[in-house]
Design a binder for this molecule. Structure first.
Ligand SMILES: Nc1nc2c(c(=O)[nH]1)N[C@H]1C(S)=C(S)[C@@H](COP(=O)(O)OP(=O)(O)OC[C@H]3O[C@@H](n4cnc5c(=O)[nH]c(N)nc54)[C@H](O)[C@@H]3O)O[C@H]1N2
Ligand SMILES: Nc1nc2c(c(=O)[nH]1)N[C@H]1C(S)=C(S)[C@@H](COP(=O)(O)OP(=O)(O)OC[C@H]3O[C@@H](n4cnc5c(=O)[nH]c(N)nc54)[C@H](O)[C@@H]3O)O[C@H]1N2
Ligand code: SF4
Ligand SMILES: [Mo]
Length: 712
């Protein structure tokens, strides 16, 4: 147990009950403060921290029933070894010692024959904690010399684009929207994915702010907007450049601001000539009058805030789309103004000290990179010298959540691949493991959480003892280190020692942590970072190479990228669709987008009965026009397919999606849904920047079940 020898400072005894404060571990910008009531060692209630300025006492629909997650009858409780073929579901319970010995033995053989780079750790968003995610994904693996995972499944292109343009991921606080007169929510669905932003947005609206949502789907968020625009997926960059074109044509740009605060303004202005409204209308599928209308709103109503998230960047042009959007507040001179600018992420305010996290200086040379989006390809031979011989998965479920599932499963079936999965549940990925290890839930572990949506830290006190034989991620790393004979003290610390060390090392160079110690974090339910200035860029400082907004980026030119915002619509797939054996008209394909499900967080929680019932049977939404030509009615069972794979879904005919697009939320477990989910169709092609995933650049064909059989 991580913190058995450290007192829980923030616990209040109330009769036989203890109230323990913590933080939500999920991949969600809200990073809520939570309070757990514990009675006789068992958690009996969970709620939001009332005094947390963002959580405000309530948890979302997904996490409110978190105790059902913690005490789910399917929790893994003991280490297990596979018996029988991979994926056959036959297991033998073993002890931790046996499990660790077997891992050690197999790894030593692999290291002898292929070197440590033949071992690939695969982790992502099961928990976002400093200890259980960040440090766990670094130290031990670096010491081992394992391959490094390029963690680019989520927002890598957007992060790269925002940093290239503005220098840092700094965003206005949620509360700042109360000063906005116009809010453009672009490719983002906060009702589901950042619910605690909504009370601020709705208050702004009551105060008179206009809300525009840009999304190919009329999401729960779009339903609350004054105006919803539904462009074709992947055309946001074109739209942003088209808006700038009109703003400049009408003389609404802030020329003085542009001249003093940007580089590349004249080159960018020339580029805008390529995006006249008629062309933009044709490419985005939006009426030209709507593009004019939006340009007028954004050019005239100030302060105007543009809020984006990551859904937008998950396509082949995702990076450039975000670059083009980042330019808009510069064109209107709105960076640094209260209630204006761009809201993307707050991650840049607090970057943990890299050496304290990774201990590079005390490790062998870093291993080569393997892109997580190409896991299937990597396992099937794309990665050589050495090939991947062992995969260690924790806090991730690639068989359900990573693209092109068919290839991943094929890779996981390799008899010579030694796969270890550390999990709370027997997931679609764990099914293919050689060894499965039981993991703790957030209530059973200690951690520290920073948020990417807001500016508060949350310390997570361990509330209950680990269930059965479950171990936290970090405890497992320390056990593996011990087995490997690694003597370094930084592989033996407990969770609080890790937090203390990283905090101290980071405080030296980051004033956001001024006055923040582990003791303060443990004794206060919510601790605010010291962010100066409160309104990002209001001191006119952009930490780019030029110190200005880089409409033209020399760094990008050096990397062989287009240095100006611009969209290459020629690239619209990775070519793998050519393999389609289907006798259907290629022109009849539709663009499948698969954003967040309201009741799951990726595939996490998607095995919880109550939440599955609320989410309903797996479905896709299709526009009445597209449904009519295919003879599809609501309720029909339909095969959704392309050259990569297929799945069966129930049709919902609705104008909530625009023509040419179908939508089916991500997150389903395959084995709970006839063995397939939407990622059987998604592509492992990489986007224009940073090795980003391209889930939404996905062409599919439809056929009603029983309509005809595929001849192959
Ligand atoms: N309930 C719930 N909350 C979540 C998650 C979840 O799975 N469920 N996941 C968490 C994670 S990991 C993340 S990264 C965040 C993501 O947070 P968001 O980015 O807000 O969520 P997404 O649903 O992925 O994408 C937002 C919207 O982008 C739209 N979209 C898709 N393609 C395009 C396009 O080309 N252009 C435009 N304009 N819009 C497009 C989708 O229809 C979707 O409504 O949410 C987090 N929160
Ligand atoms: N089609 C489609 N697919 C997508 C996306 C999309 O937009 N469309 N979005 C992508 C995005 S944004 C993301 S971030 C990825 C996320 O992909 P993943 O990071 O793989 O997320 P999950 O599928 O939720 O899997 C997390 C797993 O971690 C486990 N877990 C939770 N806590 C712990 C812990 O403390 N220790 C251990 N060992 N395990 C733990 C959970 O039980 C769960 O099975 O999915 C991507 N997949
Ligand atoms: S998933 Fe997000 S909104 Fe829900 S409790 Fe966790 S941090 Fe809060
Ligand atoms: Mo994500």
């Amino acid at each position: 147990m991580d913190s058995s020898n450290t007192p829980i400072l923030n616990e209040v005894a109330a009769g036989s009950q203890r109230i323990v404060s913590g933080a939500c571990p999920h991949d969600c910008p809200d990073t809520c403060g939570i309070v757990t009531t514990v009675e006789n060692g068992r958690a009996v209630d969970i709620a939001g921290v009332p005094e947390h300025p963002i959580t405000q006492g309530w948890l979302c629909a997904k996490v409110r029933p978190y105790l059902d997650h913690v005490y789910h009858p399917d929790r893994l409780t003991h280490p297990m070894r596979r018996v029988g073929p991979k994926g056959s579901g036959h297991w033998q319970q073993i002890t931790w010692d046996e499990a660790l010995d077997e891992i050690l033995e197999r790894w030593l053989d692999i290291i002898d024959d292929f070197g440590a780079e033949a071992i690939l750790p695969y982790s992502y968003s099961g928990t976002l904690g400093l200890v259980q995610n960040v440090v766990t994904s670094g130290r031990f693996w670096n010491r081992l010399g394992a391959s490094r995972l390029q963690r680019s499944i989520c927002g890598a292109a957007a992060e790269f684009a925002v940093e290239a343009t503005l220098g840092a991921r700094w965003s206005p606080a949620y509360e700042a929207v109360l000063s906005s007169k116009l809010v453009i929510i672009w490719g983002h669905n906060p009702v589901s994915t950042a619910p605690h932003f909504m009370p601020f947005l709705l208050k702004a609206r009551r105060n008179g702010a206009q809300i525009v949502v840009i999304d190919p789907r009329r999401t729960r968020t779009a339903q609350k907007a004054d105006w919803h625009l539904a462009p074709l997926p992947g055309t946001d960059g074109v739209l942003a450049l088209g808006l700038a074109h009109i703003i400049v044509e009408q003389g609404q740009q802030n020329e003085a601001w542009l001249l003093t605060h940007t580089v590349g303004w004249s080159k960018y202005k020339q580029r805008l000539a390529e995006y006249p409204p008629e062309r933009v209308a044709a490419l985005t599928g939006l009426p030209a009058e709507n593009i004019y209308g939006l340009a007028q709103l954004y050019g005239q109503i100030k302060p105007g805030l543009i809020k984006i998230a990551d859904g937008l960047n998950r396509n082949l042009n995702g990076g450039q789309a975000v670059r083009a959007i980042c330019a808009l507040p510069a064109v209107t001179g709105q960076y640094g103004q209260k209630g204006a600018g761009l809201a993307y992420s707050n991650s840049g305010y607090l970057a943990w000290d890299d050496e304290a996290i990774n201990k590079w200086s005390q490790c062998p040379p870093p291993g080569r990179w393997v892109n997580m989006n190409r896991l299937g390809a990597a396992l099937l031979g794309e990665v050589q010298d050495p090939p991947v011989k062992s995969l260690f998965v924790f806090a991730a479920n690639p068989a359900a959540s990573s693209p092109n599932t068919g290839k991943i499963i094929m890779g996981l079936q390799r008899e010579d691949l030694f796969t270890v999965v550390h999990e709370l549940f027997m997931t679609d990925t764990a099914d293919y493991a050689d060894i499965v290890l039981p993991a703790t839930s957030q209530l059973e572990q200690t951690d520290l959480h920073k948020a990417y949506g807001h500016r508060y830290l949350g310390y997570n006190h361990q509330a209950i003892e680990p269930l059965a034989e479950c171990k936290s991620n970090w405890e497992l790393m320390t056990s593996l280190a011990q087995k490997m004979g690694f003597e370094e003290p930084w592989l033996r610390q407990d969770a609080n020692e890790v937090i203390d060390e990283v905090l101290s090392a980071t405080s030296v160079h980051n004033q956001a942590l001024d006055g923040i110690t582990i003791t303060k974090l443990q004794s206060e339910k919510v601790v605010s970072l010291n962010i100066q200035p409160a309104v990002p860029f209001s001191d006119d400082y952009f930490p780019t190479p030029s110190g200005k907004v880089e409409l033209h980026s020399a760094m990008m030119a050096e990397e062989g990228l287009d240095p100006l915002p611009g969209i290459n619509l020629e690239v619209n797939d990775d070519g793998s669709l050519d393999q389609l054996n289907d006798p259907v008209d290629p022109a009849a394909s539709l663009n499948l987008i698969s954003g967040a499900a309201h009741h799951f967080v990726n595939s996490s929680l998607a095995n919880q009965r109550g939440l599955i019932i609320r989410e309903g049977q797996p479905f896709f939404e299709i526009h009445p026009d597209d449904a009519a030509v295919r003879g599809i009615d609501t309720g029909d069972e339909v095969i959704v397919e392309n050259g990569r794979g297929w799945l069966q879904l129930k049709a919902i005919v609705t104008d909530a999606v625009r023509p040419g697009v179908i939508a089916s939320p991500k997150g389903r477990w395959q084995k709970l849904n006839d063995g397939r989910n939407v990622n059987w169709t998604t592509s492992e092609a990489l986007a224009d920047m940073a090795g980003q995933s391209t889930f939404h650049s996905n062409r599919v064909w439809l056929r009603r079940v029983g309509e005809y059989d595929v001849v192959s």
